[in-house]
Design a protein around this ligand. Structure first.
Ligand code: KMH
Ligand code: ZN
Length: 273
């Protein structure tokens, strides 16, 4: 099996300080959390920016500051979100692509998202894919439902995505696919054979799905965007604490941990496609 890529989803767009007092919000806090996660074993950090009031923001300027601060500390892969928050429009959501990250997320379909709708119609998907292709940014394709895999493959046919694709199976969002192991096996079996994949289990699904992904040869995403708890009713101290646990489990299961450069190689980042 390839080495394990651990992504730390540090902040997200929805979680608040009231829910998780240790949530990193300012660029300094996000960069510090990224560095701690890198030291713990993460090779990618998935980042959502927040404005000075702590509200989700897709401002290129804030993403630029965060990217610089992280790059000053370590070579972890900076992966900003084009998903933003459910209220962000397409034009706002492309903000982080202006700072030329190595990677960015790309959601290939619309789904319910708690009480809201995460809106990704065809013209959004094509628009994000085109903007990333133009800049040589590796997409991480966010899958919240099975149909979104089919939508991604349509983008390949249109020449907007180039294999090998990299997917993030986001499982357990209220309103979208649940996070039972059977659901993971089902999604994984629908991916192209040359694809790489990671799993982001939401809330209580995070730990069991992570363990299964490690055993199945997939990769793992943890962090406050997806789960604020260490165990039932007990908040995690930090994003890094969640990464450290995955490292311990992976080692027990015989999976070595990828460095950022090894993750670049596994994901073929920077390879002309
Ligand atoms: N905040 C969600 C509505 C992504 O980062 O690309 C979308 C999201 C996906 O978090
Ligand atoms: Zn996100």
């Amino acid at each position: 099996m390839k080495k394990l890529i651990i992504t730390a989803a540090l902040t997200g767009a929805e979680v608040t300080r009231e829910q998780q007092p240790n949530l990193p919000i300012t660029p300094d806090e996000i960069a510090r959390a990224a560095y701690e996660c890198y030291l713990a074993g993460a090779s990618i950090v998935h980042v959502h920016a927040r404005d000075e009031h702590g509200k989700a923001s897709q401002s290129a300027e804030i993403y630029r500051i965060i990217k610089e601060k992280i790059e000053n500390k370590c070579n972890v892969i900076f992966q900003p979100s084009t998903g933003g928050a459910v209220w962000h429009r397409f034009e706002e959501r492309t903000g982080p692509l202006e700072v030329f990250p190595e990677m960015a997320t790309l959601s290939t379909g619309t789904c319910n998202f708690g009480e809201d709708v995460f809106f990704n119609p065809q013209n959004y998907m094509e628009g994000f894919a085109r903007e990333m292709q133009k800049r040589g940014i590796k997409p991480e394709i966010e899958i919240f439902e099975r149909g979104m895999i089919a939508n991604a493959l349509k983008l390949v046919k249109k020449g907007l995505l180039a294999p090998p694709l990299h997917f993030d199976l986001v499982m357990g969002v209220p309103g979208a696919i649940p996070g039972d192991v059977e659901d993971l096996v089902y999604l994984k079996n629908r991916l192209p054979s040359d694809a790489t994949w990671t799993v982001a289990g939401i809330g209580r699904y995070e730990l069991p799905l992570s363990v299964h992904a490690i055993a199945m040869g997939g990769h793992v995403r943890v962090g406050f965007e997806d789960n604020i708890y260490y165990s039932k009713g007990k908040l995690a101290d930090s994003n890094a604490q969640l990464v450290e646990r995955i490292v311990r489990i992976a080692k027990e299961l015989g999976r070595e941990i990828a460095t950022p450069d090894e993750a670049r190689e596994i994901l073929r980042i920077g390879v002309q496609q």
